[in-house]
Design a protein around this ligand. Structure first.
Ligand code: ZN
Length: 273
């Protein structure tokens, strides 16, 4: 599943790759996704418009066009965006194709169809429920000031709170586990039972681990020019996620695996208090 760092890497690549390009034609199939994909509507809005930027909110991508309007994309569980030559073979499960004025195409592939691609008129964005419900932006400024008081009010495990999109958008299971390990906080510890300075440290670690992952993803950016234009997913250096039963990189003790809110959570009983 694409996590926030991958979505941010895709955003950066699209911002560069689509700059000043315009959409000449839209093809696709109106399949059922997280929301119905309305190809005729997307075509009517996109054709003739030019890309002017790419934004991200949580794991939502917003491709901005001129005349104003945005294509909102979520990659869901299995979505990928491919930017490449029109002659590249079209993969199975390609639901939407934007033909560009330089002969390339931006293709949205999503085998499991948990993703979405929706046109937003300028006035729609403020009323878009998916965006309005999102909490703090983890890569935005001031997370270390804004997040601790929110966590400190809650009688829930800190791990569950980090995954709550209404509090902080797009952290995900992998990076929540990593940040808690780095901050030395036990995942099942309740927010309201964790001192504010420790929550501040946690917020800083959330941003650090995500920022490092984005930086690693950025190093693969040259690969985006491969013939299939696959943005791909990248493996980051994870310390604890997926390593239950193995040694803690800090103390050498055995990493445990505990389910919290029905999500697997790896943690170190010695280092995390
Ligand atoms: Zn340890």
């Amino acid at each position: 599943m694409p996590e926030l760092p991958e979505v941010e890497t895709v955003r950066r690549a699209l911002e560069i790759g689509l700059e000043t390009r315009s959409v000449t034609r839209v093809r696709g199939r109106s399949v059922m996704m997280r929301r119905p994909l309305d190809v005729p509507l997307v075509a009517a809005r996109l054709e003739g418009r030019a890309f002017i930027g790419a934004r991200r909110r949580g794991k939502f991508l917003l491709l901005d066009l001129d005349p104003p309007g945005s294509l909102m994309i979520h990659l869901g569980m299995s979505g990928r965006l491919l930017l490449g030559d029109a002659s590249a073979p079209v993969l199975d499960h390609t639901h939407l194709v934007l033909e560009l004025d330089d002969g390339r195409e931006l293709r949205f592939v999503d085998p499991r169809r948990f993703g979405l691609a929706v046109w937003l008129d300028p006035d729609d964005e403020a009323h878009e429920p998916s965006l309005a419900a999102l909490g703090l932006e983890p890569l935005g400024p001031g997370l270390e000031d804004a997040l601790p008081p929110l966590l400190h009010q809650r009688r829930s495990p800190v791990k569950s709170l980090l995954l709550d999109q209404h509090l902080v958008a797009g952290v995900g299971n992998i990076y929540a586990a990593e940040a808690l390990w780095r901050a030395g906080i036990r995942p099942m510890r309740y927010g309201n039972r964790t001192a504010l300075p420790r929550l501040r440290r946690l917020a800083l670690e959330v941003r650090s681990v995500l920022t490092e992952a984005v930086a690693q993803g950025g190093t693969t950016i040259r690969d985006y020019a491969t013939p299939d234009g696959n943005f791909g997913y990248f493996a980051v250096d994870l310390q604890v996620y997926g390593k239950a039963g193995g040694p803690c990189p800090r103390c050498g003790g055995t990493l445990k695996d505990t389910r919290i809110s029905n999500r697997a959570t790896v943690w170190c009983p010695s280092c995390q208090r």
